[in-house]
Design a protein around this ligand. Structure first.
Ligand code: 4GP
Length: 820
């Protein structure tokens, strides 16, 4: 190879012939090349931040090349591609994940150490890309990683929010939100493609006319926004592929600025600019309940329209036709947020590519598929018709036609059953219903755990399922365990490699090789020693952030997830107060020391959720400062829950709290991450807990509470929360209203006892309390027997392989997307 070539050129050259150019990399040489190019310096005189940027840029360039070569190969073979549309991708940090996947972690660690840099300090500079709220967004990122690792051509589409999920601070016991300016450092992962910007049209009106005997329709008098794509490259473990996550950023088209400037009206021009750019400014910080706001509709349309235009353009360039779209392209709608894919694909095919309705509809239906992530009715998005029509007049007229034809069809299937027809309609009661839009069109619809899919089939989507049951299927969620186990718990991973070999790095099911060691005292003791180390690491973080000392020998009982009433953090904290009272009443009793750890963000406008955070914080103050209980009970609320914090908490968990009211948690994925790190679940039979239970059996999980059908039956019979209150529980509720917690939580108690706010105790916290307390007693009893607990932990690790996102993505690829 020509000596004058720099590393970047060498990588390009290598990648032409070899799908793994990373194998030929010389870390020091590569870093020095990049440092020279970007900063005019070398490792010897670079700052830590310069090294961070140079390292990220080197990795990005490597992935760019891999992606180009992989893309060319896919094009040559005419492989079918999948496009994953999601308003959220909770990427977390990228640097460590990419180095790990490329097999370069150890080499760069050494090269940097030789130059006097600690790679862990460099990792700490890498910001979380928090372009999502919770489970749904994190799942999207896990699936990108898995698909890439399995060499599937998959492109993610989302928005380049300037501000991701807010930073959370607790100020005087109350959650406050602060902007997350992740691009300050995170921009290093993004590659802008200004030349590929796409026009997206808002507002105006629909005009119809005849053109040489052809009926034509168009949107006129609209305002344009340009969507500029930014590529973030995604690596996969030990793979030939690199894929792209394309993030759209909104800009005003140049021409508009210029017109205003030339009239000297530059303030107005800048104002318009700012208005247009607002679209991609900030992530809506809500999950499981989204309000229909104009800006959000604009975000959704920006994502959908820009993505579909670019997909169609690429497809046409390859095949010179759109008729084979369903054979070569699968477009996945991640929850209802990108449901506008249905009318927008119709619009593009009909208005811009001259298809007739029937053919366009056939292509649309066979190309699109949809995943539902929640049964919470607040999350099934609906748009006010006036707002929708004002912003998207042409898309609205297409929705009307979809609805007209749908109703015609439904009248034939369910004659005169107007209740049902109204329930299934796309437009009704002055609203456009996004879930029904997906159900009307998509060739596959899936839930995310067995129980959730049953609830879709027999509950909220029953009427659609009756007509075409073959469209409905389950794909239980999965996690990118190479991040959640291998990278976040290196101690356990190294130990497992020595004990059972490294097969599990390729195939998570190989973790079952651990099973034969379940009675091996040495292995059990080793596992507990590793857990102890991870608990020490978390204890140090807690001391540092919260100033609270926790005992690594106590049970680390962990509930980390979005704060939502249905997830019942309230049940957990009420039980903590119940334990507190027991210890106070009997300070010398035999009590297994416990540390309850919470981390959760509440949606900014969700007051009840914020009150629950306040209660947890107030309880932690009372308990942690009470010398009577101090070595027995601690409560910690960790601020600013995010992917990188989860990566530290999860390896340290003994107990995983999965305590939602049965029937409401679609799946859960935190439950899987905790399980694979050896935490034992305390949970209801909800979401994927049901399947975790199937894997580990009664002996290795702490189940409690009503089952989904029992919850339904209790609603039918009539639920009266007061019937479930024992004197001990009453005493706990009294603590909330008495002021002993430093403030009073009357609203929370009211929400449980009276129906002043609607239904009393809508998530049946009180009904499940006694059995939860019983299950928690079981936890304490079992934990006394260290070996028994260690065995439970081992079995959880061993049986977690099925929850790998590799398995889940393969199911999507085979059963929904029909990839080769
Ligand atoms: C979440 C569900 O609440 C959770 O059960 C599931 O595991 C996750 O999606 C992934 O499927 N839903 C959301 C949301 O995050 O915003 O609706």
């Amino acid at each position: 190879m020509n000596k004058k070539q720099n590393s970047k050129q060498k990588i390009q050259k290598l990648a032409e012939n070899d799908a793994r150019p990373e194998r030929a990399i010389q870390p020091t040489e590569l870093l020095n090349d990049t440092l020279r190019r970007i900063f005019g310096c070398e490792l010897a005189d670079a700052t830590q931040k310069q090294v961070y940027r140079a390292l990220c840029i080197s990795v990005r360039e490597l992935l760019t090349e891999k992606n180009r070569v992989f893309g060319n190969r896919c094009t040559e073979k005419e492989r079918k591609e999948v496009y994953y549309m999601s308003m959220e991708f909770l990427v977390g940090t990228s640097l460590r994940n990419n180095l790990f996947n490329l097999g370069l972690e150890a080499e760069f660690r050494k090269a940097l150490a030789d130059a006097g840099f600690d790679i862990d300090e460099i990792y700490a500079i890498d910001p979380d890309a928090g372009l999502g709220n919770g489970g749904l967004g994190r799942l999207a990122s896990c699936y990108m990683d898995a698909a890439t690792g399995m060499d599937y051509p998959m492109t993610g589409f989302s928005i380049r929010y300037e501000f991701g999920i807010f930073k959370q601070k607790i100020v005087d016991g109350w959650q406050m939100e602060f902007p997350d300016n992740w691009l300050e450092m995170g921009d290093v992962w993004l590659q802008a493609r200004e030349d590929d910007a796409v026009e997206v049209k808002f507002g105006g009106e629909v005009r119809e006319w005849m053109d040489n005997d052809r009926f034509k329709v168009a949107q006129v008098g609209y305002s344009s926004v340009m969507a500029v794509p930014y590529d973030m490259y995604i690596s996969g473990y030990d793979s030939d592929a690199a894929n792209r996550l394309v993030l759209w950023s909104a800009k005003l088209p140049q021409s508009f600025d210029m017109a205003a400037f030339s009239r000297g009206d530059y303030v107005r021009a800048l104002e318009r600019n700012a208005m247009a750019e607002t679209i991609s400014k900030v992530l809506y910080p809500a999950d499981d309940h989204i309000q229909g706001k104009r800006l959000r509709l604009k975000q959704q349309y920006l994502l959908v329209s820009a993505s579909l235009q670019s997909i169609l353009k690429k497809h046409y360039k390859k095949y010179r036709t759109y008729t084979n779209l369903p054979e070569k392209v699968a477009i996945h709608i991640n929850d209802t947020h990108p449901a506008l894919c249905v009318p927008e694909l119709m619009r593009l095919l009909i208005d811009e590519h001259d298809f007739g309705w029937d053919e366009a509809w056939d292509i649309t239906c066979r190309t699109l598929s949809y995943t539902n992530h929640t049964v919470m009715s607040e999350a099934l998005e609906r748009w006010n018709v006036d707002l929708f029509r004002e912003q998207l007049p042409r898309v609205y007229s297409i929705c009307q036609e979809i609805n007209r034809r749908l109703i015609e069809h439904l009248c034939a299937v369910y004659p005169n059953d107007w209740g049902k027809i109204n329930y299934m309609a796309v437009i009704a009661n002055n609203e456009v219903r996004m879930a029904n839009l997906c159900l009307a069109a998509c060739h596959k619809v899936n839930g995310v755990s067995k129980l959730h899919t049953d609830i879709l089939r027999n509950g909220i989507f029953r009427d659609y399922c009756q007509i075409t049951p073959e469209r409905f299927l389950n794909v239980t969620n999965g996690i990118a365990y190479r991040r959640w186990l291998c990278q976040s718990d290196p101690l356990l991973t190294d130990y497992l490699k020595q004990l059972i070999g490294g097969d599990f790095l390729r195939d998570a099911r190989a973790l079952e090789k651990l099973l034969p060691y379940q009675n091996d005292e040495k292995v059990l003791a080793d596992l507990m020693a590793i857990k102890r180390k991870n608990k020490e690491r978390l204890a140090a973080l807690i001391e540092n952030q919260n100033g609270v000392r926790v005992d690594p020998d106590s049970i680390f009982d962990i509930q980390i997830k979005r704060l939502h009433e249905y997830k019942r953090q309230l049940l957990n904290i009420l039980h903590v107060l119940y334990l507190y009272r027991q210890i106070k009443a009997n300070p010398h009793g035999d009590f297994m020391p416990r540390t309850f750890i919470f981390a959760a963000k509440a949606s900014a406008g969700y007051i009840r959720a914020k009150q629950i955070i306040s209660l947890i914080v107030a309880a932690s103050k009372l308990i942690n400062n009470d010398p009577d209980v101090n070595d027995k009970l601690k409560v910690v609320f960790l601020e600013d829950y995010k992917v990188s914090l989860a990566e530290i908490i999860i390896p340290a968990a003994d107990i995983s709290e999965q305590i939602s009211i049965a029937g409401k948690e679609a799946s859960g994925t935190g439950n899987m991450k905790l399980m694979i790190n050896g935490a034992v679940t305390i949970g209801t039979l909800d979401g994927a807990n049901v399947e975790i239970h199937e894997q580990v059996g009664d002996e290795n999980i702490f189940l409690f509470g009503m089952k989904a059908h029992e919850v339904e039956e209790l609603w039918q019979r009539g639920y009266h929360p007061t019937e479930f209150i024992t004197p001990e529980l009453q005493a706990v509720l009294d603590m909330l209203t008495s002021g002993v917690l430093g403030q009073r939580f009357d609203d929370l108690v009211d929400s449980l006892l009276t129906n002043r706010f609607g239904t009393a105790d809508p998530y049946m916290t009180l009904a499940d309390f006694q059995d939860y307390a019983r299950a928690q007693r079981d936890v304490a009893a079992v934990y006394q027997d260290k070996q028994r607990f260690a065995r439970m932990s081992l079995i959880n690790i061993a049986k977690a392989g099925i929850f790998s996102s590799d398995r889940a993505v393969k199911e999507y690829a085979d059963e929904i997307w029909n990839l080769d």
